[in-house]
Design a binder for this molecule. Structure first.
Ligand SMILES: Nc1ncnc2c1ncn2[C@@H]1O[C@H](COP(=O)(O)OP(=O)(O)O)[C@@H](O)[C@H]1O
Ligand SMILES: [Mg+2]
Length: 289
């Protein structure tokens, strides 16, 4: 299914805020259901002013000059949005405005496709565009389920200290996620330790940030080594794991994927070493098959 039809079938409700003043911002949304309308109205009110108002009911999870990731913590008396994470891409530069479809819809469609193929990821509740009164798109927005009991692998390893046993346990908990990507024929390209979240109480691993993900019709061990290499590289660069921990984790992953037989194991381990040794551009990672 193409991007458009994926979004149309998962997010069938289209919505624009009524009564926006002539010189105020305009918005347009594709939503899972109508109950989200008050949530996106609040989000537009919050996101339309930059810098964000200090008393906005949000927790800023990540912010740079081009995007913010927000946890909506709107209180019941004051708003509606608890339970959602919003990602807002601001499109000031003309070149970025032209790319709004990519910024806004790619992540929504790829996350929906991945979930449909069995990859654990947050539910996409909606995506939307903000435009200036002249109709120029000024922001692309994504609204997704808040995986609120979850913590990134990087934060978990950091907060547990570096005692070998718990680190190995945490790594092992990501294995089913990598297997689900393999079986889904998904090349996420950026499965780093900030994009994998683990549920509390020893629960499942989830993946976020599917903006550049690619899909194929069959599993690829080469792609699995790319994903594993990107993950390992991110952990090593942050000084979070030892070589032995990574080796043990890789061995378990190859067995779980059923690709550890014969010469394959050595060959794939070399591919893993290749992918974790170098920083590859997005373009190159997207082409791995
Ligand atoms: N659905 C979610 N549930 C909980 N936390 C999230 C969710 N989405 C993002 N986060 C948090 O926000 C951070 C940034 O989000 P991400 O989508 O990875 O943005 P970016 O594209 O800038 O990397 C993540 O590392 C994670 O800590
Ligand atoms: Mg990320």
């Amino acid at each position: 299914m193409g991007r458009k039809s994926t979004i149309r079938s998962a997010l069938p409700i289209t919505y624009r805020s009524p009564g926006s003043t002539r010189d105020g911002p305009r918005d347009r949304w594709w939503l899972e259901d109508e109950s989200l309308i008050p949530v996106v109205r609040d989000l537009v009110r919050i996101a339309a002013t930059r810098p964000l108002s200090p008393d906005a009911d949000v927790e800023v999870l990540k912010e740079n000059d081009r995007k913010v990731v927000l946890r909506l913590v709107l209180s019941p008396q004051n708003g509606t949005g608890a339970g959602f994470i919003a990602k807002v891409h601001y499109l000031e530069a003309l070149r970025r405005r032209m790319g709004y479809r990519r910024l806004c819809f790619d992540e929504a469609a790829a996350t929906i496709t991945a979930t449909g193929r069995g990859v654990p990821a947050p539910r996409i509740a909606g995506c939307g565009l903000l435009a200036t009164p002249f109709g120029l798109v000024s922001a692309g927005m994504l609204l997704q389920e808040d995986l609120s009991g979850c913590t990134t692998v990087s934060d978990l390893i950091r907060s547990r200290g570096r005692d070998g046993k718990s680190c190995a346990d945490l790594l092992e908990r990501t294995t089913p996620l990598f297997i689900s990507l393999f079986e889904a024929g998904c090349n996420h390209i950026d499965a780093n330790c900030d994009n994998i979240l683990l549920a509390g109480g020893g629960g499942a691993a989830y993946l976020i940030d599917f903006q550049h993900a690619q899909f194929f019709d069959r599993p690829s061990a080469e792609v699995l080594m790319l994903e594993a290499g990107v993950f390992a590289r991110s952990l090593t660069l942050r000084g979070l794991v030892s070589e032995d921990e990574l080796r043990a984790w890789l061995d378990g992953l190859l067995v779980a994927a059923g690709v550890a037989g014969g010469d394959d194991k050595e060959r794939l381990a070399r591919r893993f070493d290749h992918y974790r040794a170098v920083s590859l551009s997005r373009r190159v990672r997207r082409r791995v098959r």
